[in-house]
Design a binder for this molecule. Sequence first.
Ligand SMILES: Nc1ncnc2c1ncn2[C@@H]1O[C@H](COP(=O)(O)OP(=O)(O)O)[C@@H](O)[C@H]1O
Ligand SMILES: [Mg+2]
Length: 327
Amino acid sequence: MTRTRFSFGFHLTNKHIYTAKQAFAFESLGSVITNSLNIAILTADPANYSNRRMIEAGRSLGHNIYPLPSLEQCLNVDNRAYVAQLDPLDAVIPRIGVALSGFGQCLITAFEEADIFSTTSSFGLFHSRDKFLAGQILSGKGIRVPKTIAFASSRNIDSAIRAVGGYPFILKKLKGTQGEAVYLINDVDKAHKKIDKYIRKRKPFLIQEFIKESKGSDLRCFVVGGRVVAAMRRTAAPGDFRANIHAGGKGESVELTNEERNMAIQAAEVLDLHIAGVDILQSSQGPMLLEVNSSPGLQGIEKATNIDIARQIIQHIETQVTSQNHG
Ligand SMILES: Nc1ncnc2c1ncn2[C@@H]1O[C@H](COP(=O)(O)OP(=O)(O)O)[C@@H](O)[C@H]1O
Ligand SMILES: [Mg+2]
């Protein structure tokens, strides 16, 4: 089936009018337009590297791709008003910040209800945003995760610490990112101080076995459509144990073992994510899944591996939308 899906009516802002002109230019070139897709990136930050790269890749493959500010959207509970405005969108790429997870989930649900392909499912966004919840689901599917305990009161702190292997252990917020609020706790005093503070402020947190043999490094596996398209080893800055690039870690291209690759693919599948940044620690028991990011950044990993991930994302969307339309 060939499709010509450009509609000038739905372009709501100047940005969109620009892309409509571009569409018109394609149309005058002939057949290119028939396979063009309308793809929106749901984001509050259209200018960031990842979004710029995906827009570049989408346009170079002949698609109409543009940022759609997640904050400016207005949803009707019956999903119709919103979807009518956006029709005929073919796909969305949610890049929703942590602060907007709740509304982001509603936005994605509106697209799911309208059968518009989304690279992130609402299930995946919800579960990947909470480290403990993600751990529960993944461990329930037999994926190896570090010993982890979540709690909300100061009862049983000492036995919980013993249960995750004693000192030193890791304490972190359930919903943190970029290495913020991830602490290595070495002694009883520090443990009680930190834990009491979290409990007093009613901030949910977890404690976790410290995988010391990973030596401040982890594996970031970038999964697109059930394949690991790029992987890097991230190594923490000297004196730090956190490998995050934002915390000063350095990335280099790495060859994964089959076990690591399969773990990353399975984790993305369990959380129903077409795009996922899966972080794995190399432990003495084998790979251990640390977390799954549903909006993984492209900058660090494209630079470290020299792989055009943005293009692979768009090409994956092409296969999904085509198969949806044919199926
Ligand atoms: N249990 C652990 N054992 C060893 N290192 C860890 C552990 N938990 C976190 N780290 C290190 O800290 C980094 C940040 O932790 P993570 O849980 O991924 O939080 P964030 O969501 O902030 O990235 C990881 O990339 C890893 O290098
Ligand atoms: Mg992380």
